[in-house]
Write a protein that binds this ligand. Structure first.
Ligand code: BGC
Length: 924
C-alpha cells in the first residue's frame, strides 16, 4: 500500500504561476504521510506542453531526497505557453511510488522580442517637477502653495478590437510607467492593485499577466486602462520629489488569444488607442487622491461606448528592453479592519480609530449626499494624549489626504481610493454630514500578497503583542518592495531589510519577494561596485547624491550595502535557495572589491600616514573604515533629548568608522561560505584568507588588550562578538564589558539598527542568558515591551516614539527594523532554528528559562509545517514537536542532551530542575 503523496506543488514558490519569466523554473513539493520517519529516496518529474502533449522534460527516476527547487533542464520553454507538470516519489517506507501529483504553470514573455506592442502615451499635461533635497527635508521646508494645485488627472486609455471565434485562452500582458488598472469589457482584469509595482524602471519594468479568458468574447471587445502617476511620476521616497523617472505616464499591453479552433491572434497597444482625462482630479501615492464622482464616465470601458472627442495617443515607442515578467506576489487588498471607535467633534469631523496601524486606505460608504459635497479623509498613525489630531509624519508632500466629491446618487455611494495608499491607524473625515456607522467604514489593508507561514503565541500577552506588532510592520512594509516605513519614505532601504529579513522568513514566504527586490538592487549597483543604500534608486536620486553633503551624500554604506551579501545568505539558509546565491554572487564580489580598493586607498582622516607604524599602515590598508556611513544608526543614547533631525547624525559620527570594517568582515565571512556552497572553493579560500588577515588588522586597531572596543557604545561590541571578531582569549572580557554596559544602562539596550538583531543572541551565547531575559522583559525605554505598554500596534522607528505621558513624536510608528527580535522569539524562545538549508534539518532548543510557562509556534518550512509547543508546570517541562516528512530535527535539552527527532509527532516530558542542574547556565 502506498502511504504517502506529493503535495503543495510549487513553481518558483508559487502555486500555479502564470506569466512566469524564468527560463529554468524550479519545482518544489512537500510530502504527506500518516507514517512517521518518512524520507524521500527518489522522485520522478515530468513537464509537458499542455496544448501539444509534448514531453519537454523528464528527470527519469532519480534517487535522492531533493524535493526543493529542482531546476528545469529540459527543452527550451516557449513564451506564453501552458505547461503541465507532475511528480511522484519513493520513500524509505515502501517499494511503491506515490501516485502522480499534477500541477501546471505558464510562461510569460520570455524575450523582449516577444513584444509586438508599443508604449502608448496619452495626451496629458506633464506632472509638475518638484525637486527637494535632503537638506530641504531636514530643514522642514514647505512648498509655497498647496501642492494639490499642481497635480493632474489620471488618464483613461481604451482600445476596441474584434474576435472572430470562440476563445479558449486569453492572456493580457500589461505594464505602465505609472500605476494602472486594466479592465476587459469593463471587468477588472484581476484583483491586484498598484500594478506594475515599484521597480528600478529604466532597468526593469515588471509586466503583469492576467487570465482574461472569461472576460473576452466573440465579436467586439474593449480593453481599458486607468493610469496614475504612481512611483514613476508621483511624489516618492524621502524628499517627496516628483517625476523621478519621468513626468508623463504611459502604458503598454499585448493581449494573446488562443481560439478554440487552434488559431492564435493578438491585440497590441498601438495608435488605435484613445485617451481622455480620468475622473480623478489627481492621484498621488504620497498626497492622496481626489475623485469627483460626477466626472466618472459611465460605460467608458465597454466596447460600444462612443469615444468621439477622445484623444489619440501622442507618442508611441517600441522600446521594450526594460520589460521583465513580474516575479513573485502582486499587491492586493489583504484584509479589512472595522473601526474600534468613531467619535464626532464639535466641528462635525468624525474621528475613526481602526485600532491598528496599517498600510492601506479607507473604504467609506456614504448615505445620499447632495451632489458636489466634498468629503475629506485624512490619515495619521497616532493622536495626541488628549485625543486630538496629531500628524506624526511631517515633510514635504506627505499629505496622505483623500478627497471625494459626491455624485448625489440616490442610494448613497461608496468610495475607496485606487491609486494611493497611506500609513495610518486613525482617519479624520470632514464634510460628511452624518457620522459613519461601523458597517459603513473599514480600513483596507494593502500589501504584497505573501503566503503567511508562521505563528507564535506564549503565556505572556505582552510578548504576543510584540510578535503581532512585528507581523503588522512586516505586512505594512512589504508592499511591492521592502520599505522602511509606509508613510514618510516608503523607500527600499537596504539596511532595514538586511536587519529584518530573518524575522520576515518566519512570518511569511518572502523568498520570491526579496529575490525580486535583489534584482532591483543589483540593477542599481554602481559600476564601481557600490551597492546603493536604497533601491529602486531613480535618476534623480543619482543626481542628488552627487551634490549631497554628509548623510545626504551617502551612496553606499556599511550595513546597508552589505544587504547584497547578507540577504541572499538568509534566503539560502531559510529556503535552501541556491540560485539566489548564484544570481547575486557577481554583485557581492563587486561590492567586496569596492571595499578592498577603498581600504587600500584611504585612511580615516584622524590618522596621519607619516606618524603611523608600518603595521598600522598595513592594517589600515586592509580595513574599509573611511567614508560616510550611517553607523549603528539610531543608537538610543545618541538621540536622547534631541529632535530626531539633530540626533541622527551622532551615531554615524561615533560609530561609522568601526561599523564599516565590521560589516566588511561580515561580508567577507559570508562570501567565503557562499563561494563554498557554489563549489567555488578556490575563491572561498581567498575570502577566508582575506577575512583572517583583515580580522587581525581589526583586532589590532580596534580591540584593546582588555577586550574592549574603541567605541563605548553597545552596538560595535555586540557585532564584534556576533561576527567572531574578538580573539578567543579576550571574548570573556569583551562579553563581560558588554554586560556591564547594559547593566550600567539599567538593563536596557543601547543598540542601533545594525547591531540590535544580534544583541540577545550574543548575550545568550556568551553566558548572559539572564541578562538577555532582563533586556527582553525590560519595560523602561528603550525596550521592546515599553512600546507594547505604550499602545504600540506596530514597531516604532524610535524606541521612545511615544513618551510615557502619551505624547507622540513626529517619527514613524511603522518601521519593521527593530521587529528583528521576532526572529529571536522563534529561534530561542520557541526554539526553532534552521540547521541545514531550508530547515531540512533544524534545531529545537527552547529557552525554558525565559520566564514563560507556555509557548506554541509553527513555521512552514520548505518541507512542511514545523510545530513546537512547550509548557512548564511544577518543575516539569512538556514539549511537543512536529517534524515534517523528509526532514529531521535535533532536539537539544537544557541538560545538553541531544536527540534526533525523525519526521512525525513527538512528545516528551522531563524534570526541568535536574535538566538545568546538569549545566552551568549563568556566570557569577
Ligand atoms: C529611514 C531608515 C533608513 C535611514 C538611513 C531613514 O530616514 O527611515 O529606516 O535606513 O534613513 O539611515
Amino acid at each position: 500500500m502506498i502511504e504517502h503523496s506529493c503535495t503543495r506543488l510549487r513553481v518558483e514558490y508559487l502555486d500555479t504561476p502564470i506569466g512566469l519569466g524564468e527560463k529554468a523554473p524550479r519545482f518544489s513539493w512537500q510530502m504527506e504521510s500518516a507514517r512517521p520517519a518518512i524520507h524521500q529516496t527518489g522522485y520522478e518529474l515530468e513537464v509537458r506542453d499542455t496544448a501539444t502533449g509534448e514531453l519537454m522534460w523528464t528527470t527519469g527516476q532519480r534517487s535522492g531526497a531533493e524535493s526543493v527547487s529542482i531546476e528545469y533542464t529540459g527543452a527550451p520553454l516557449l513564451s506564453n505557453t501552458v505547461y503541465g507538470w507532475r511528480v511522484r516519489s519513493w520513500t524509505n517506507a515502501s517499494q511503491d511510488a506515490s501516485a502522480w501529483s499534477d500541477s501546471h504553470f505558464e510562461t510569460g514573455m520570455l524575450q523582449p522580442s516577444d513584444w509586438r506592442a508599443q508604449w502608448v502615451t496619452p495626451t496629458q499635461t506633464p506632472t509638475s517637477t518638484e525637486r527637494w533635497s535632503m537638506l530641504d527635508w531636514i530643514m522642514g521646508r514647505q512648498p509655497g502653495e498647496p501642492v494639490t494645485e499642481r497635480l493632474r488627472p489620471t488618464q483613461l486609455l481604451r482600445q476596441t478590437f474584434t474576435l472572430d471565434g470562440r476563445v479558449d485562452r486569453a492572456r493580457l500582458y500589461a505594464s505602465a510607467h505609472g500605476v494602472y488598472e486594466a479592465q476587459v469589457n469593463a471587468t477588472p482584469a484581476d484583483d491586484q492593485v498598484l500594478a506594475p509595482g515599484f521597480d528600478s524602471y529604466e532597468h526593469r519594468t515588471s509586466v503583469q499577466c492576467y487570465d482574461v479568458t472569461e472576460f473576452v468574447h466573440e465579436g467586439q471587445n474593449a480593453l481599458a486602462i486607468t493610469l496614475a502617476d504612481g512611483w514613476w511620476a508621483g511624489r516618492i521616497v524621502l524628499t517627496g520629489s516628483s517625476a523621478q523617472w519621468g513626468d508623463t505616464t504611459s502604458a503598454i499591453w499585448q493581449l494573446e488569444i488562443d481560439y478554440a479552433d487552434g488559431r492564435r491572434s493578438r491585440v497590441c497597444s498601438d495608435e488605435s488607442v484613445l485617451s481622455a482625462p480620468g475622473p480623478h482630479e489627481y492621484a498621488d501615492l504620497f498626497i492622496g487622491e481626489r475623485l469627483d464622482r460626477r466626472a466618472i464616465i459611465d460605460g467608458w470601458a465597454l466596447p460600444d461606448f462612443d469615444a468621439a472627442g477622445w484623444n489619440p495617443v501622442v507618442e508611441l515607442s517600441d522600446d521594450t528592453s526594460s520589460l521583465t515578467p513580474f516575479y513573485g506576489e502582486p499587491i492586493r487588498r489583504l484584509a479589512e479592519l472595522a473601526p474600534t471607535l468613531i467619535t464626532t467633534n464639535a466641528n462635525g469631523e468624525h474621528l475613526v480609530d481602526f485600532g491598528q496601524v496599517i498600510t492601506g486606505r479607507v473604504r467609506l460608504t456614504m448615505p445620499q449626499l447632495q451632489a458636489g459635497t466634498v468629503v475629506t479623509i485624512e490619515h495619521t498613525e497616532v493622536l495626541s494624549p488628549d485625543g486630538s489630531w496629531f500628524l506624526n509624519i511631517d515633510g514635504i508632500n506627505k499629505e496622505q489626504t483623500d478627497v471625494y466629491v459626491a455624485g448625489g446618487l440616490p442610494d448613497g455611494e461608496t468610495y475607496e481610493p485606487r491609486f494611493t495608499f497611506h500609513g495610518f491607524r486613525y482617519a479624520r473625515i470632514s464634510g460628511l454630514p452624518v457620522s459613519p456607522t461601523t458597517g459603513d467604514i473599514c480600513a483596507v489593508v494593502l500589501g504584497s500578497d505573501l503566503r503567511p507561514t508562521g505563528s507564535l503565541s506564549t503565556s505572556d500577552d505582552r510578548l504576543n503583542k510584540l510578535h503581532e506588532n512585528a507581523v503588522w510592520s512586516q505586512r505594512g512594509n512589504f508592499l511591492s518592495i521592502p520599505t522602511d516605513c509606509p508613510q514618510r519614505e516608503r523607500a527600499g532601504w537596504s539596511g532595514d531589510i538586511q536587519v529584518y529579513a530573518p524575522a520576515a522568513t518566519n512570518n511569511a514566504h518572502v523568498a520570491a519577494f526579496l529575490t525580486r527586490w535583489l534584482r532591483n538592487l543589483r540593477a542599481d549597483q554602481l559600476e564601481d561596485g557600490r551597492v546603493p543604500i536604497y533601491s529602486p534608486r531613480s535618476p534623480f536620486d543619482r543626481e542628488q547624491a552627487e551634490s549631497g553633503q554628509g548623510l545626504g551624500g551617502i551612496v553606499a554604506a556599511a550595513g546597508w550595502s552589505d544587504a547584497v551579501v547578507i540577504l541572499p545568505w538568509v534566503l539560502y539558509e531559510r529556503y535552501a535557495d541556491r540560485r539566489v546565491l548564484e544570481e547575486n554572487y557577481p554583485a557581492m564580489l563587486a561590492w567586496i572589491n569596492f571595499q578592498t580598493k577603498t581600504a587600500a586607498a584611504e585612511l580615516p582622516p584622524h590618522l596621519d600616514a607619516y606618524t603611523m607604524t608600518a603595521r598600522q599602515r598595513t592594517n589600515h590598508s586592509l580595513l574599509y573604515n573611511t567614508g560616510e556611513h550611517f553607523g549603528d544608526w539610531l543608537a538610543p543614547s545618541t538621540l536622547n533629548g534631541k529632535p530626531l533631525h539633530e540626533g541622527i547624525g551622532i551615531a554615524p559620527q561615533l560609530t561609522g568608522e568601526i561599523i564599516a570594517p565590521i560589516f566588511q568582515l561580515r561580508s567577507l565571512q559570508l562570501a567565503a561560505r557562499i563561494a563554498r556552497v557554489l563549489g567555488r572553493d578556490a575563491e572561498a579560500d581567498v575570502f577566508d584568507a582575506r577575512w583572517k588577515q583583515t580580522r587581525g588588522a581589526f583586532i589590532d586597531e580596534y580591540v584593546g588588550a582588555d577586550g574592549r572596543l574603541s567605541s563605548t557604545l553597545q552596538g560595535p561590541t555586540v557585532l564584534a562578538l556576533a561576527f567572531d571578531l574578538i580573539p578567543a582569549d579576550r571574548r570573556d572580557a569583551t562579553a563581560a564589558h558588554l554586560a556591564q554596559l547594559i547593566r550600567d544602562n539599567g538593563d536596557r539596550l543601547d543598540t542601533g539598527f545594525v547591531s540590535v538583531p544580534y544583541l540577545l543572541d550574543v548575550l545568550h551565547d556568551t553566558g548572559y542568558a539572564d541578562l538577555a531575559a532582563r533586556v527582553l522583559w525590560q519595560s523602561e525605554a528603550p525596550s521592546w515591551l515599553y512600546e507594547v505598554d505604550h499602545g504600540a500596534t506596530t514597531m516604532w522607528e524610535s524606541w521612545d516614539a511615544v513618551a510615557a505621558d502619551g505624547t507622540a513624536r513626529a517619527v514613524s510608528m511603522n518601521h519593521h527594523a527593530f521587529g528583528c527580535v521576532d526572529d529571536w522569539l522563534f529561534r530561542r524562545i520557541a526554539g526553532i532554528a534552521p540547521a541545514a538549508p531550508g530547515y531540512r534539518e533544524f534545531l529545537i532548543e527552547p529557552d525554558f528559562s525565559s520566564g514563560l510557562t507556555e509557548v506554541e509556534a509553527s513555521l512552514e518550512s520548505q518541507y512542511g509545517a514545523i510545530e513546537v509547543a512547550w509548557s512548564l508546570a511544577d518543575g516539569t517541562a512538556t514539549l511537543k514537536v512536529s517534524v515534517p516528512p523528509n526532514s529531521t530535527a535535533l532536539l537539544r535539552l537544557p541538560s545538553a542532551t541531544e536527540v534526533v527527532l525523525d519526521s512525525g509527532f513527538h512528545s516528551r516530558s522531563f524534570d526541568l530542575d535536574s535538566a538545568y542542574a546538569a549545566v552551568e547556565r549563568t556566570r557569577a
